[in-house]
Design a protein around this ligand. Structure first.
Ligand SMILES: NC(=O)c1ccc[n+]([C@@H]2O[C@H](COP(=O)([O-])OP(=O)(O)OC[C@H]3O[C@@H](n4cnc5c(N)ncnc54)[C@H](O)[C@@H]3O)[C@@H](O)[C@H]2O)c1
Length: 268
């Protein structure tokens, strides 16, 4: 593998202040990419950008971005182009979870999760594709990369809305691939299982609060024991190679795929 396989790629990644987004952004830059880190948490995004710029390979900028707002998505795309000249790849990673049993779901829970995980992905894809189409065709494809989940393909009793939102990410990956192929834009995604990040640490607490688990840590143990074929949870470092592969020329002939990196939870 070329260790600089992302050289010359300019990548916008959302939700890059922490968790998998931050690790992926750092890994993209290590492989030569310039990265624009968009997050509602600008301080966190700035910290990630500073770490990247101190290392001195690919460059990084940070922008304040609420992914649920069209104008913020458009501004993040413009900031990427202003800083680096053009945009080659968009990674739609920002997301959240708030578990509820089916009969306890209310409009607030539904709107929160669906807006950030699904509606925002559509907005980000559309605003990024608009810019890519305006840039014109090139020899290699532009790429949109959607972050799905095990919940894109498995119904889970404690997180119906999250599942609905992530099945939606799978649909956006399929439909986007079909719709944007004529513009030389590919659309793929990756689907993690359990990744130790601030999102999962909060989820672990929330699962106790809603009465699904008796104590913190039990969800990890139950999933490892009952669901995973590789008998451990994962970390952002387990995910970053697949994200970089999807951003790189090595995946140029792929579109409409959602790759699972989930320890064998979802085997198809
Ligand atoms: N952690 C897991 O086990 C897991 C598993 C499968 C899929 N995922 C998905 O991976 C992605 C990243 O998750 P993570 O675990 O790294 O989460 P995280 O909570 O560690 O990071 C999420 C980031 O998104 C940002 N964000 C949230 N709402 C936003 C908004 N409205 N606008 C802009 N930024 C916003 C947060 O500030 C944060 O920096 C999410 O889409 C999540 O659903 C996570």
């Amino acid at each position: 593998m070329d260790p600089q396989r992302l050289k010359g790629k300019n990548i916008l990644i959302t939700g890059a202040a922490r968790g998998m987004g931050a690790t992926n952004a750092e890994h993209f830059a290590e492989q030569g990419a310039n990265v624009c880190l968009g997050d509602i948490d600008l301080d966190g995004a700035n910290e990630t950008a500073e770490r990247i710029n101190n290392r001195g390979n690919g460059r990084a900028i940070a922008v304040k971005l609420d992914v649920t707002k069209r104008e913020d998505n458009a501004a993040a795309v413009s900031a990427t182009v202003d800083a680096f000249g053009m945009i080659n790849v968009g990674v739609f990673n920002a997301g959240l979870n708030k578990p509820r049993f089916f009969m306890d779901i209310d409009e607030d829970n539904w709107n929160l999760i669906m807006n950030v995980n699904t509606k925002a992905m559509w907005l980000g894809m559309q605003e990024t594709a608009k810019q890519m189409i305006a840039q014109g065709s090139q020899d290699y494809p532009y790429k949109l990369i959607n972050v799905g989940s095990i919940a894109s393909r498995k119904p889970l009793i404690d997180v119906t809305v999250y599942c609905t939102s992530k099945y939606g990410c799978l649909a956006l990956t399929h439909c986007g691939a079909v719709a944007l192929a004529e513009h030389n834009i590919t659309v793929n995604g990756y689907a993690p299982g359990v990744v130790v990040t601030p999102l999962w640490e909060q989820l672990d607490k929330d699962l106790v609060d809603i009465g699904f688990k008796e104590r913190q840590g039990q969800a990890y143990e139950d999933i490892v024991a009952n669901e995973l074929k590789i008998k451990r949870v994962s970390y952002p470092d387990d995910i970053k190679g697949t994200a970089a592969f999807l951003a790189s020329p090595e995946s140029d002939y792929m579109t409409g795929q959602m790759i699972h990196i989930d320890g064998g939870w979802c085997i198809q």
